[in-house]
Design a protein around this ligand. Structure first.
Ligand SMILES: [Zn+2]
Length: 203
């Protein structure tokens, strides 16, 4: 759960309310301001200076010290994505308040983004919930799937039974690894490198 921000996200009480509420970009910005800097002091992401102009028409800040401009997304899990805050925040609201584990399909249907986008959003929001912060952590998480060699005869029966067949992965096991910067490496064997299987592991 988020250390802060729970209160800010608790405004709307129903999904419909949340979608309407966060349709206003200024509301989204105010919500994120309260989550990120509850004391109202906004540090420039480039030089940490706290004096700046707010360019209301473009909804960005311009640092008085280094002159660089930044939006509320800079330095957060929302960075590097063209997804609007009006999509991110209802998704965050949904995931935060969900009693059950939400699937990317539910996000896709409810928020009106493609399932691929929904998957990406779900992934980043869960990462933030785990970390207890929406601030971006280092280089994010790297994901890759690797085929590791090994002749079938050298494997024990258990592994052999789960060995994948098919041209590309013949005689190979599939090892899916997740490496979190500064964290632990999580490597496990998967039967088939299907999206669903990988998604379940990431979750
Ligand atoms: Zn600056």
């Amino acid at each position: 759960m988020f250390n802060t921000g729970v209160k800010e996200l608790n405004g709307p009480t129903t999904l419909l309310e949340a979608i309407k509420y966060f349709a206003d970009e200024d509301v989204c910005i105010r919500t994120l301001l309260a989550i990120r800097w509850p004391d109202g002091v906004i540090p420039c992401p480039s030089c940490r200076n706290t004096a700046h102009y707010y360019l209301a028409a473009r909804k960005i800040w311009k640092c008085k010290a280094c002159s660089r401009q930044f939006s509320i997304k800079v330095g957060t899990i929302f960075e590097d994505s063209p997804i609007k805050l009006s999509k991110w925040l209802p998704a965050m609201w949904m995931i935060h308040g969900a009693k059950n584990v939400l699937s990317s399909y539910e996000i896709h249907r409810t928020i009106g983004v493609t399932q691929k986008t929904a998957w990406f959003m779900l992934y980043r929001i869960r990462l933030a919930m785990k970390a207890g912060s929406i601030e971006k952590l280092g280089d994010d998480v790297k994901m890759d799937e690797t085929y590791i060699g090994g002749k079938a005869r050298n494997m024990d029966k258990h592994v052999k039974a789960r060995q994948i067949t098919g041209t590309s992965g013949k005689d190979k096991s599939v090892v899916f690894g997740m490496l979190e910067r500064g964290g632990e490496v999580n490597v496990q064997h998967v039967d088939r490198p299907k999206k669903k299987t990988l998604e379940a592991i990431i979750e």
